[in-house]
Design a protein around this ligand. Structure first.
Ligand code: UD1
Length: 342
C-alpha cells in the first residue's frame, strides 16, 4: 500500500487532514511530529473519529539525520504534506531566528528527503500572509507579493520560492503550494480541534478560552483601521474544508492533472469578516456574552485580506461547506468538550 507522510500530523490542520485522508482515500498515512506545539493525545482523537491508529515518528524535522532515520522506516511513500512549522505572527516578530531556523531548515530537510527517496508529490502549507498589505481585493494567486509584515510571513514567502525552485530543478518532482487564509473551527464531532501548548495568539481560540472563563478578557487589536468597523478583516475558513482541499490537491498531483510543475491555490471562502463581526457571530451561536475591549494595534498585522478562490474551485473541484457561524459553533463545542473532559 502507498503511504502519504504528514509532517506536523498532531497539529491543528495536520490532524484534520489526516482525518480526511483516512476517510476519503485508501492510502496508508504516517505522521512525523515531535509535539513541540501539540500533544500525542491527538492520535487518540483521530482514532476516536476514524477508528484507525496512525503511526507517528517523534522526530525533529530540522535535524536531518533523525528525519532520514524515520523516513527510511516508511514503506512506499508516494507523497508528503508538509505542515510542521511555527505559526505565531507576534512570536516571529519577537524571535525571528527561531522562525527562520525552524520553518526554513525543516523545509530544506524535507525536500532533501524527497530527492534522496524519490518521493514525487509534495504539498506545502503556505499562507495568505505572503501577500502582505495589498491594494486590490480579493487577492488572486497572481496578486504580486508586497513586503512581508512579519518574519512568519517572510518564511512563507521564502518557503514558496524554495519549493518552486526545487520543483523546477527536478523533473520527477511535482508540488502544490496551498495559501491558507485563516483556518478556524473544529471537527464536526467536537472530538478534535485547535490546541496549543501555550497561550494562543490566534483570534478564535482566544475567544473560546475567554468565553470559557480560562482567560480574563479578549483585546481586539486595533479599532481605528480604515475598515467598515475599524477592526482588521480576514477570510476565516473551516479547518475541515482546508483539510478536504489537501486531499483533493494530493489526488490532483498523484493523478498528474496539474498544468504546471508547481501549482498555487488560495484556500479561503472569499468572504472578508472583521474581528468584531467574528466576535458577534460567536456570541450569537454560543449564547455567551464575550468580555472584550478595543486595544492598540498589533505589530505585524495585515489590515484587510480575503481570497478569490475561483482557481481552487475550478481546478480541484473544492467547495467550502461551512459558514462563519458553523466555524464559531464548532470551535465552541470543542472548547466545551475540552473543559468537560480534560
Ligand atoms: C496570520 C496569517 C495567516 C496564518 C496565521 C497563522 C495574515 C494576514 N494571516 O493570521 O495566514 O495562517 O497567521 O497563525 O498574516 N486578533 C485580536 N485579538 C487577539 C487575537 C487576534 O484582535 O487576541 C485579531 C488580529 O489582530 C487579526 C485577527 O484577529 O486581525 C486574526 O488574527 P490571528 O488569528 O492571529 O490570525 P492572523 O494573524 O490573521
Amino acid at each position: 500500500m502507498q503511504t502519504i507522510i504528514v509532517t506536523g500530523g498532531a497539529g491543528y490542520i495536520g490532524s484534520h487532514t489526516i482525518i480526511e485522508l483516512l476517510k476519503q482515500t485508501d492510502y496508508n498515512v504516517v505522521s512525523v511530529d515531535n509535539f513541540s506545539n501539540s500533544t500525542v493525545k491527538t492520535f487518540d482523537r483521530i482514532e476516536a473519529i476514524t477508528g484507525k491508529r496512525v503511526k507517528n515518528f517523534n522526530v525533529d524535522i530540522s535535524n536531518f539525520e533523525t528525519l532520514e532515520f524515520a523516513v527510511n522506516a516508511i514503506k512506499n511513500p508516494i507523497g508528503i504534506i508538509h505542515f510542521a512549522a511555527f505559526k505565531s505572527v507576534p512570536q516571529s516578530v519577537a524571535d525571528p531566528l527561531l522562525y527562520y531556523h525552524n520553518n526554513l531548515g525543516s523545509l530544506i530537510n524535507i525536500l532533501k528527503i524527497c530527492k534522496a527517496k524519490q518521493i514525487p508529490n509534495f504539498i506545502f502549507s503556505s499562507s495568505c500572509s505572503v501577500y502582505g498589505n495589498v491594494d486590490k481585493l480579493p487577492v488572486t494567486e497572481q496578486t504580486p507579493f508586497s513586503a512581508a509584515e512579519s518574519p512568519y510571513a517572510q518564511t512563507k514567502q521564502m518557503g514558496e520560492d524554495i519549493v518552486f525552485n526545487f520543483t523546477k530543478s527536478d523533473p520527477a518532482f511535482k508540488s502544490v503550494l496551498l495559501r491558507y487564509f485563516n483556518p478556524v473551527g473544529a471537527h464536526v464531532s467536537a472530538l478534535n480541534g485547535e490546541l496549543s501548548n501555550s497561550k494562543p495568539d490566534n483570534l478564535v481560540p482566544y475567544i473560546t478560552l475567554t468565553a470559557a472563563g480560562l482567560l480574563p478578557k479578549l483585546t481586539v487589536f486595533g479599532g481605528d483601521y480604515d475598515t467598515r468597523d475599524g477592526s482588521c478583516i480576514r477570510d476565516y475558513v473551516h479547518v475541515s474544508d482546508i483539510a478536504d482541499a489537501h486531499v483533493k490537491a494530493m489526488n490532483y498531483l498523484i493523478a498528474g492533472k496539474q498544468k504546471k510543475e508547481c501549482s498555487v491555490f488560495n484556500l479561503g471562502t472569499g468572504n472578508g469578516v472583521s474581528v468584531l463581526e467574528a466576535i458577534h457571530s460567536f456570541e450569537k451561536v454560543s449564547g455567551e456574552k464575550l468580555n472584550y475591549e478595543i486595544g492598540p494595534r498589533r505589530a505585524g498585522d495585515v489590515i484587510n485580506i480575503y481570497a478569490n478562490n475561483d482557481f481552487a474551485k475550478r481546478e480541484l473541484q473544492w467547495e467550502p461547506k461551512y459558514n462563519l457561524d458553523d466555524m464559531m459553533l464548532s470551535s465552541w463545542k470543542w472548547q466545551l468538550q475540552l473543559k468537560n473532559n480534560y
